[in-house]
Design a binder for this molecule. Structure first.
Ligand SMILES: Cc1cc2nc3c(=O)[nH]c(=O)nc-3n(C[C@H](O)[C@H](O)[C@H](O)COP(=O)(O)OP(=O)(O)OC[C@H]3O[C@@H](n4cnc5c(N)ncnc54)[C@H](O)[C@@H]3O)c2cc1C
Length: 619
C-alpha cells in the first residue's frame, strides 16, 4: 500500500466514463467553457469503450425534423407507450429536440451514413432508426472528446465520488485507480458528470460455463453509473424497470434489423403465430395497453415467455423466406459483422445457415440501464422551459446532489435515447455543468487530504485481504478469509436470479422473495468487505462487483416498493399480478442514506406534458 503512488488533478468539469454520453459531455463542455479545465476519466480506452465499442449498424434515435419525418412530441409518445405510460416526458422531449444536431455532427465528422438513393435522406431502418456503416462510430466520437479535453485518463476505474466538506450535499470530485500501474488518482472537481454506462451481469446470465461472460449488454457495464451516485445519497428512479431482450439464442445477436429491414417474423415450434393467442390473457393483466400501437416491448416478451412456459418452444425467427433474396441475405449477415460478430460465429459453430434453418430466439436475463428501451437511473432536474416544479431544481440533468450531473444510462426516466440520444444528453449535462460553475455555485469546495487518504485505504483493501489470506491455503481458490470477485459475482447473480425475477423463475418474484433477496444481499455486502484481489485487474473486478451489488440492492428495493406488475415480460410480481394505474401510475424514487445504508422510498407524479396542453386547449 505504501508503495502506491498518488496523483492529484484539480479541474472544473470531470467526466466519469468516456462512452457515448461521456464523449458528448467532454465535447460540449469545451464549447461552453473555453477556459475551463476539462478532464475525462475512462475505465478502458475511449477509442473502443462502452456499449458502442465494437460499432453499431444503426443509430436508433434520429427524428429527421429537417424532412418533417418525426417531431419530438412523436418520440415522447413513442417512449411513453413503450414504457407503459411511465417516463419523464420533459427529459425525453429535451433530448429529442436536440438529437438531430448531434447526428449531423457525426456525419460531418466522417461517420459513414447510408443514404436513400432516391430521396438523398438518411436511409431509414424503422421509424426512429437510420442505418450506418458503424464500425468506426466510437473512434470518431472519441476523437471529438480527445480534441476537447485538457486530458483523457484511460484505464482508470473511478470507485468513489468525493464530497465537499464545506457545504453539505455538494460533490467535490472523484477517486479511482489505474488498473495497469496501480496508481491512485484523485480528481478534485467543481462539477462531476457521471456517464459510466448501464448494468449487465447483475442477474445470472443464460450464458454460463464455456459461454460465461457472453451477454447482450456490454459485459463491462458494471453499474458504476448507479453505484457512484447511490453511495453519496443521490435519489434514483424506476430502478425496478429492468429490461429483458428477445435475441438470437446463445449469441445475443440483435433482432431489430431482421424485423424492420428484412421483414422477418416469429413463430412457435408448430409454425404458429403465437402472439395473437395471448391477447385476452394479456388484456386481463394490463387492460387497454395491449391495444396500443406499436405493442409495448414488454408485452411482446410476455407472449414469448408464456408460449415457452406452455411448452410450445423453441420460438424461431423465420429467416428462410427473406434470405432467398441475395441482397437481404447480405444485409442479414452484415448486421452482425458491424455489431455482434459473435452471433455469426455461434451460427457457424451450430451449423445454422439462416437461409435454410430458422434460428432460435430466446429472452435474455434482465439488465438495468437508462438509455435503451428502459429507463432506470438517477433522478435529475429537467430543463427550465419544460419541467414542472417537481422536476426542476436549477440545472438540467443535475442529480439531487449539487454539482453532480448525469447522462446516458445514468439518467432515469428517459428511455429510448440510444447512442445518439446519450451523446446528446451528455452535451446537455455539460452545458448545464458549465453554467453551474459560471454561476459561482462551485466556489470554495473543500476536499481534505484525509478524505482522499481514507478512500485510498478502502480501495486497496482487497489486495491486502488476498495477500494476507492466501497464506492460509496451499492450493485452489476457496479461502476461509476472502472471497474472490468471481465467487462474489456468482453469488450476487444467483440471488438476483432466484429472488428478484431472473430466468430461474421465468421472471417471477413477490414480496416474500424480495424480502429474502434483500437479506441475502445485505450479507453479501458484509462478505464483500473481505473480497480478495490478487492483482490490479482483480482489484478492478472487486470494485465492479461492489458497484454491481449496490446497484442490485437498489433494484430490489424498488421492485419491492412497486406493488404491481407494470411490465409483464420484464418481470412479474406474483402477489400483484395486474397493472394498477389507480395506485401506481407514478414514478418510484429511492434514496440510500450514506451514513446508515438504509433506503427510503417514495412516489413521484408522472406529468404527461405532451398532449396534455392540447387536451386542455380542447376542453
Ligand atoms: C448490444 C447493444 C446494442 C446496441 N445497439 C444500438 C443500436 O443499434 N443503435 C443505437 O443507437 N444504440 C444502440 N445501443 C445503445 C447504446 O450503445 C447506448 O445507449 C449508449 O452507449 C449509452 O451511452 P453511455 O455513455 O450511457 O454508456 P456507454 O457508451 O456504455 O459508456 C459508458 C462508459 O463508462 C466507462 N465506465 C464504466 N464504469 C466506469 C468507472 N467506474 N470508471 C470509469 N469509467 C467507467 C465504460 O468503460 C464506458 O466507456 C446498443 C447497446 C448495446 C449494448
Amino acid at each position: 500500500m505504501a508503495k502506491v503512488k498518488t496523483h492529484y488533478e484539480d479541474c472544473d468539469v470531470l467526466v466519469v466514463g468516456g462512452g457515448m454520453a461521456g464523449t458528448g459531455a467532454t465535447f460540449e463542455a469545451r464549447h461552453w467553457g473555453r477556459d475551463l479545465k476539462i478532464i475525462c476519466v475512462e475505465k478502458a480506452n475511449i477509442d473502443r469503450s462502452g456499449a458502442v465499442a465494437q460499432g453499431l449498424y444503426a443509430i436508433n434515435c434520429y427524428m429527421g425534423m429537417q424532412w418533417d419525418e418525426n417531431q419530438p412530441e412523436d418520440h415522447v409518445r413513442y417512449a411513453r407507450n413503450d414504457l407503459m405510460g411511465l417516463v419523464r416526458e420533459d427529459l425525453g422531449y429535451d433530448m429529442a429536440r436536440h438529437v438531430d444536431s448531434a447526428v449531423h455532427m457525426f456525419d460531418e465528422w466522417g461517420l459513414p451514413m447510408m443514404k436513400d438513393e432516391k430521396t438523398g435522406r438518411y436511409l431509414r431502418e424503422g421509424k426512429w432508426q437510420i442505418m450506418i456503416h458503424g464500425e468506426s462510430y466510437k473512434p470518431i466520437v472519441a476523437e471529438a472528446a480527445k480534441k476537447s479535453a485538457d486530458k483523457i485518463y484511460n484505464r482508470i476505474m473511478v470507485t468513489h465520488l468525493l464530497m465537499d466538506e464545506e457545504k453539505e450535499n455538494r460533490v467535490g470530485g472523484a477517486v479511482g485507480f489505474n488498473m495497469r500501474t496501480g496508481d491512485y488518482h484523485v480528481f478534485r472537481a467543481k462539477t462531476v458528470i457521471v456517464a459510466a454506462g448501464g448494468a449487465s451481469h447483475i442477474f445470472k446470465p443464460r450464458a454460463v460455463g464455456e459461454g460465461m461472460g457472453r451477454t447482450w449488454y456490454a459485459p463491462w457495464s458494471n453499474g458504476s453509473a448507479y453505484a457512484l451516485p447511490i453511495a453519496v445519497g443521490a435519489k434514483m428512479t424506476q430502478m425496478e424497470n429492468r429490461i429483458v431482450l428477445c435475441r438470437f439464442k446463445d449469441g445475443y445477436g440483435p433482432v431489430g434489423a431482421y424485423f424492420l429491414h428484412l421483414k422477418t417474423y416469429t413463430q412457435n415450434a408448430n409454425g404458429e403465430n403465437y402472439e395473437k393467442k395471448w391477447y385476452d390473457q394479456t388484456k386481463e393483466l394490463v387492460g387497454e395497453y395491449i391495444d396500443h400501437h406499436p405493442t409495448p416491448t414488454c408485452l411482446r416478451n410476455h407472449a414469448f415467455i408464456q408460449e415457452t412456459i406452455a411448452g410450445r418452444g423453441p420460438i424461431q425467427m423465420v429467416t428462410t423466406e427473406a434470405f432467398q433474396d441475395p441482397h437481404l441475405e447480405t444485409v442479414g449477415w452484415e448486421n452482425f459483422l458491424g455489431m455482434t460478430v459473435g452471433q455469426a460465429v455461434v451460427w457457424a459453430s451450430q451449423n445454422i445457415d439462416p437461409k435454410y434453418t430458422n434460428p432460435e430466439l430466446t429472452t435474455s436475463e434482465p439488465y438495468v440501464m437508462g438509455s435503451h428501451a428502459t429507463c432506470s437511473g438517477a433522478w435529475v432536474s429537467g430543463p427550465e422551459d419544460l419541467s414542472p416544479p417537481e422536476y426542476f431544481w436549477g440545472y438540467n440533468r443535475m442529480l439531487t446532489v449539487d454539482g453532480l450531473f448525469g447522462a446516458g444510462d445514468t439518467v432515469g426516466g428517459s428511455a429510448h435515447k440510444f447512442s445518439s440520444g446519450s451523446f446528446t444528453e451528455g452535451r446537455l449535462a455539460a452545458k448545464a455543468a458549465v453554467k453551474y460553475i459560471q454561476d459561482q455555485k462551485a466556489e470554495n469546495i473543500k476536499v481534505t487530504d484525509k478524505q482522499c487518504e481514507d478512500f485510498k485505504e478502502v480501495i486497496y483493501k482487497p489486495l491486502e485481504n488476498y495477500t494476507v489470506g492466501q497464506n492460509e491455503i496451499t492450493g485452489g481458490t476457496v479461502s476461509p478469509s476472502y472471497i474472490l470477485p468471481i465467487q462474489g459475482l456468482q453469488r450476487l447473480q444467483r440471488i438476483m436470479d432466484e429472488y428478484v425475477g431472473g430466468i430461474a423463475t421465468n421472471y417471477m418474484t413477490n414480496g416474500n422473495m424480495l424480502k429474502r433477496g434483500l437479506e441475502l444481499l445485505e450479507w453479501l455486502q458484509e462478505d464483500l468487505e473481505n473480497v480478495g484481489a490478487e492483482d490490479y485487474h482483480q482489484l478492478m473486478r472487486a470494485w465492479e462487483l461492489k458497484h454491481r451489488a449496490l446497484t442490485s440492492q437498489c433494484v430490489t428495493e424498488h421492485t419491492m416498493f412497486r406493488e404491481e406488475t407494470r411490465w409483464p415480460g420484464y418481470y412479474y410480481r406474483g402477489d400483484h399480478m395486474k397493472l394498477d394505474d389507480e395506485n401506481w401510475h407514478c414514478l418510484t424514487l429511492s434514496r440510500r442514506d450514506p451514513k446508515t445504508g438504509k433506503f427510503t422510498m417514495e412516489k413521484a407524479p408522472v406529468y404527461h406534458i405532451v398532449d396534455e396542453k392540447e387536451k386542455k386547449e380542447a376542453s
